[in-house]
Design a protein around this ligand. Structure first.
Ligand SMILES: Cc1cc2nc3c(=O)[nH]c(=O)nc-3n(C[C@H](O)[C@H](O)[C@H](O)COP(=O)(O)OP(=O)(O)OC[C@H]3O[C@@H](n4cnc5c(N)ncnc54)[C@H](O)[C@@H]3O)c2cc1C
Length: 595
């Protein structure tokens, strides 16, 4: 079985030592009570409950999967009990609005709980994760009447919510969707159509399930401008607000799939189901983006969460497994062989995973803090600046964290050799579970396009300018730190490459629009390496200042990992710059029939 202990020490390092979270939160509306003690206590208890209650359902849930019996989905044994324990403990409402029964804690704290939950059981975490995304969409766009009827029980976790976009012929290109909505005389709508791949479309853990369905009114314009969002519950509410009559929707089937087997993936049929409009007619995509922006960050975090479990499991194995001798001479001469942790190639794999994980955790904390500032800072200019940074980095978090997470799981499986490939050690489940995060919530290539084709263009390039400015200010602030040159100088070089890539892109895409698609993935990875480099340089400086105190082992490891990152991963920025400059013709010149 995979090994996992919530990385509380590293979380505290990010929150308190790198981000100085308490000071930042003190200036935000409603965050005054988020003291260091509260934050640490919440995370310690989150670790305890997830390790004791959720983690034990992970391998068994993968083994049992979900089943469909008489039109109803059964989640794996233990899921419902774990869900109820967490719900009763108030864990699903941490970051939600107190007006609806939430605890109003900062987003930055809630997401660290979510990382622990995802590491403990990714499939399980999707059910409350999607509800939280739906909460965001309803909070921003639903009428007061809809909010009053549905929000309190979604916040408490008594009811869950799912998002329903995908149809058999319509995945990335939502403009193609066909699910129909007809106006009824009573102000509601009748929804008809088939959705596929709906995570949590049905389950046996909550008394009701809210489906946020994208559909097209009969007189709507074609394409994405004709899409509306509807709240379509599994059970309609009776006069007292309790689930009553069954709505006209049902599960056609559930998918057999590669991973996250404990998460039901449903074909949903809506046959004139009663729905309520959320937001305005034909503005459904806008409403869904409130949900998707949260989900994209959450899905990115899934890469980190599984990479962490993979790393912990592989590091423990590598210290124990005896094979071969160290090239530098036997390290354990009293044993038949040395542990494989002595081999440089094994260390390469472990350190890659560790540098991805800890860099991602720091970056995720930083982006989450920007989310809190964007939502709660009293100064509109600060809110705008934070919103720009979140918008720019959301595709990076979604796509690069999940690509790295998948790579980390694969590398860590490799550390176990054949024992990683068989089921017993839990590594192959991690590889299978991590794979979906690169696909759902928009395939990663689409996020690269979003970054280059949209985010870089917004407000005349303001988003990127703000981020570059942030990095330059950091470099200026550490200009006199001679002890940190080895971390800071490579970041400065990588930043110049990012600026060169951005300038090249502006010129190239003006000449040929194909260049956007051809360069987008390399550009996104280059930006991500700079963002990770920024975090690693900050982490190294904090560790340099703290390493003579208690806990010096922790800080020395931070410095080692930072050094690995800047010397062995950050130089990839040079090859990425060269690759994106190779131009679109290297991809587009070959005729389609030649493939
Ligand atoms: C397990 C699972 C759970 C899911 N959960 C949900 C859910 O809860 N709700 C929901 O609505 N959906 C869900 N999905 C659907 C998921 O979001 C889609 O599968 C995903 O958005 C990709 O759509 P697609 O599979 O149709 O691929 P396609 O859109 O057919 O894309 C195939 C490939 O082509 C590329 N591509 C497509 N268009 C372009 C373009 N314009 N430019 C460049 N490249 C392009 C894509 O990047 C991708 O690599 C789930 C899917 C799975 C497998």
């Amino acid at each position: 079985m995979a090994i996992y202990k919530a990385p509380l020490r590293d979380m505290r390092f990010v929150l308190h030592e790198m981000l100085d979270i308490e000071r930042h939160l003190a200036g935000l509306d409603g965050c005054e009570d988020a003291t260091a003690e509260t934050i640490d206590a919440v995370l310690a208890e989150a670790a305890r409950i997830c390790e004791e209650v959720v983690l034990p359902t992970n391998a068994s849930g993968d083994e049992a999967g979900c089943t469909l019996e008489d039109g109803a989905v059964r989640t794996p044994p233990g899921f419902a009990a774990a869900y109820h324990t967490l719900r009763e403990g108030g864990w699903f409402s941490l970051g939600c609005d107190p007006a609806y029964g939430g605890q109003g804690l900062p987003h930055t704290l809630a997401v660290f709980f979510e990382e622990i939950l995802q590491s403990s059981n990714l499939a399980f975490s999707l059910y409350p994760g999607l509800t939280r995304g739906a909460y965001m969409a309803l909070h921003h766009h639903a009428s007061d009447a809809l909010k009053a009827a549905w929000m309190p029980r979604l916040v408490s976790g008594e009811w869950s919510a799912v998002m329903c976009l995908t149809e058999p012929h319509c995945g990335t290109d939502l403009g193609l969707l066909r699910t129909r909505a007809e106006r009824a005389d009573d102000g509601t709508y009748r929804i008809s159509g088939t959705k596929i791949f709906i995570t949590g479309g049905d389950q046996d853990m909550t008394d009701n399930i809210v489906h946020l369905v994208l559909a097209r009114l009969t007189d709507a314009p074609a394409g994405t401008r004709g899409i509306s969002m509807f709240l379509v519950p599994k059970f309609l509410l009776d006069a007292s607000g309790e689930p009553g009559e069954r709505n006209s929707l049902g599960v056609g089937s559930i998918e057999k799939k590669m991973g996250i087997k404990g998460a039901s993936t449903c074909v949903m049929n809506y046959e004139g189901a009663t729905g309520w409009l959320v937001g305005e007619e034909n503005r459904g995509l806008n409403a869904m983006f409130s949900m998707m922006n949260h989900e994209r960050l959450m899905v990115g975090q899934q890469g980190l969460a599984l990479g962490e479990v993979a790393y912990q499991s592989a590091a423990a194995y590598a210290r124990e497994r005896l094979q071969g001798r160290s090239l530098g001479g036997a390290k354990s001469p009293e044993q038949a062989a040395d542990p494989i942790i002595v081999h440089p190639d094994v260390r390469r794999m472990l350190l890659t995973a560790r540098a991805y994980n800890e860099g991602a955790r720091a970056l995720f904390g930083w982006v989450s803090l920007q989310v809190d500032r964007m939502e709660r800072h009293p100064d509109p200019a600060v809110r705008e600046a934070a919103g720009d940074l979140v918008a720019l980095l959301t595709p990076v978090v979604k796509a690069i964290f999940t690509d790295n997470g998948s790579e980390a799981c694969n590398l860590c499986l490799q550390v176990l050799g054949g024992h990683g490939y068989i089921r017993e050690w839990g590594m192959e489940q991690l590889v299978r579970d991590a794979r979906i995060a690169q696909i759902y919530e928009g395939a990663n290539g689409i996020h690269a396009l979003d970054l280059v084709g949209r985010k870089l263009q917004l407000h005349g390039g303001r988003l990127l300018d703000r981020y570059l400015q942030e990095c330059r200010e950091f470099l200026t602030s550490v200009r006199d730190r001679d002890d940190a040159r080895e971390f800071v100088d490579p970041l400065a070089e990588a930043l110049v490459r990012l600026e060169e890539a951005s300038a090249w892109l502006r010129g190239a895409t003006a000449r040929d629009p194909e260049e956007i698609g051809a360069a987008s993935y390399d550009y996104m990875r280059l930006l991500a390496l700079v963002a990770f480099g920024h975090m690693w340089a900050r982490a190294a400086i904090v560790a340099l200042d703290a390493r003579n105190g208690d806990n010096s082992g922790f800080y020395e490891s931070k410095i080692h990992t930072a050094r690995f990152f800047v010397r062995r991963l950050l130089p990839q920025t040079a090859s990425l710059l060269a690759t994106l400059r190779a131009g679109a013709d290297t991809l587009m010149d070959m005729p389609a029939e030649a493939f």
